[in-house]
Design a protein around this ligand. Structure first.
Ligand code: SF4
Ligand code: MG
Length: 327
């Protein structure tokens, strides 16, 4: 499969008054048409910043892209002209955000916000744009789309608002959809419905999807591949099936142990001890070493390389082979 989106050795720092925060330290991932890549990690691991750099919406300053590459169908985006980036946004790569309420404009109807894109970017007439907006609301399973297209975001429930934002992101038929914690703000039953919807749209449209989440449970159902992030790095990358069968990085193993299991009902959840590091002072060697149950002396000195594992996976751990084999 040829990748639609390729992120390669991406580096971003935030130059703050307190010092330089190394937010991304060489992030690489790729996603092909018809495929869902989940980017998994705790908050602050760099998942959203990577997506913002891909979309060209990183707030600068204090954010500075200091290296690497972001390619869409082979075209480098990082040094593309702002006009070109605007074109790719929406039509090439679109994004769904966690918080629909702040992503939608409260003073315009939901329909207007979809139609505006179609009129400006596709030159559609008012009438055609309205018809297409209704179709899109229908596709994201908003009941009574013909009426609801005239309503304002505050008239929608949280789940319906999220659906409306998904409809808006699909208006220009993007080839890549990045969904950043799309269900975090919703209650559990609605979360499952929205995930099902995204999975269905991804399949039906043959889109590439990058699903950003801190929830391993969410990715289990929908991801083809998983990239696990920690302290601005991808520490493990594997197909979903083998990662769940045998994680190849101690951090992934720790995340899995913190997952609630049906059998373990009533028993204590194990959580990962310690906190993610401050990006102003990332520990030397392996950034996970202060929290890692497998850490040895070498871990606080040498940055682990990306160790290739069988099945095209890799893991940034000095002891990746032992971890994956459960030794
Ligand atoms: Fe743990 Fe060392 Fe592997 Fe880092 S390199 S994850 S500290 S064992
Ligand atoms: Mg985030």
């Amino acid at each position: 499969m040829t990748a639609l989106l390729e992120v390669d050795d991406l580096r971003v720092e935030f130059r703050t008054r307190d010092g330089v925060a190394r937010v991304l330290n060489g992030v690489s991932y790729h996603v092909a048409a018809g495929e869902t890549l989940a980017v998994l990690g705790e908050s602050g691991s760099g998942k959203s910043v990577t997506a913002q750099a891909v979309m060209g919406i990183l707030d600068t300053p204090p954010a500075h892209v200091t290296g690497g590459s972001v390619r869409f169908k082979g075209e480098e985006l990082l040094d593309a002209a702002p006009e070109r980036r605007r074109l790719v946004r929406g039509e090439g790569i679109a994004m769904v955000f966690q918080d629909a309420l702040s992503a939608l404009n409260p003073v315009f109807t939901v329909g207007f916000q979809i139609e505006e894109q179609l009129r400006l970017r596709r030159g559609m007439s008012r009438k055609d744009a309205r018809a297409r907006a209704v179709e899109l609301l229908d596709q994201v399973k908003i009941p009574h789309a013909r009426q609801r297209v005239r309503e304002y975001p505050h008239q929608f429930s949280g789940g319906m608002r999220q659906r409306a934002m998904i409809a808006m992101s699909l208006a220009l038929d993007p080839e890549v959809l990045i969904a950043d914690e799309p269900t975090t703000a919703l209650d559990v039953t609605v979360q499952a419905q929205i995930m099902d919807l995204l999975a269905e749209l991804q399949r039906d449209r043959g889109m590439a999807m990058v699903l950003i989440t801190h929830d391993l449970g969410v990715v289990a159902e929908v991801a083809d591949r998983i990239a696990v992030m920690y302290a601005g790095r991808i520490v493990e990358h594997a197909d979903a099936r083998s990662l769940f069968r045998a994680p190849g990085h101690p951090y992934t193993s720790a995340l899995m142990r913190s997952l609630p299991h049906v059998e373990a009902k009533g028993s204590e959840l194990s959580t990962i001890s310690g906190l993610p590091p401050s990006l102003l002072a990332i520990p030397p060697g392996c950034p996970f070493h202060p929290r890692c149950p497998r850490a040895r002396d070498v871990c606080s000195v040498d940055v682990p390389p990306q160790v290739p594992l069988p099945g095209g996976r890799d893991s940034a751990c000095h002891f990746a082979e032992q971890e994956v084999s459960g030794a």
